[in-house]
Design a protein around this ligand. Structure first.
Ligand code: ZN
Length: 141
């Protein structure tokens, strides 16, 4: 599953696609649409839309970027969230059923349909809140 899925570039803040067909040049990683996010690469089936609340985490599950909608949803700015463990902000929607291992499983299998919710306050489900845990752009120099 998944070897044939293309990888695309998108903005970690506003989700706008890269204006170029291929990877952006190294000096142009900042999103030209919003001027705030970095362009990241992810599987096409994990690319969020501009209305999704999404987080970008690194391989240590530390938050590296938040979309505009995620900042609104969680009531946090990206600056407040960067380098925090994602578990401080979110828990799986079905955490009670799955126990503590559920969170790691939910993240490491990062799928666009994986729903998470805020760890504190608010009972609302975060529809479309997904984690692009394998955004390769994060490791570029
Ligand atoms: Zn942007």
């Amino acid at each position: 599953m998944g070897h044939d899925v293309p990888w695309l570039w998108f903005c970690g803040n506003c989700a706008a696609p890269s204006p170029h067909a291929g990877p952006p040049p190294p000096h142009a990683r900042v999103c030209p649409s919003c001027g705030l996010g970095l362009l990241l690469e992810a599987r096409e089936d994990a690319i969020p839309s501009d209305r999704d609340a999404f987080l970008v985490v690194d391989s240590s599950l530390l938050i590296q970027a938040m979309s505009r909608e995620a900042q609104r949803f969680l009531g946090l700015t990206e600056q407040d969230a960067v380098d925090k463990p994602i578990a401080e902000l979110l828990v799986p929607a079905d955490a009670e059923a799955q126990g503590r291992t559920g969170f790691a499983a939910a993240i490491t299998q990062a799928r666009p349909d994986r729903h998470l919710r805020p760890a504190a306050g608010g009972a609302d489900r975060a529809r479309g809140l997904s984690a692009a845990s394998s955004a390769r752009g994060l490791r570029d120099p």
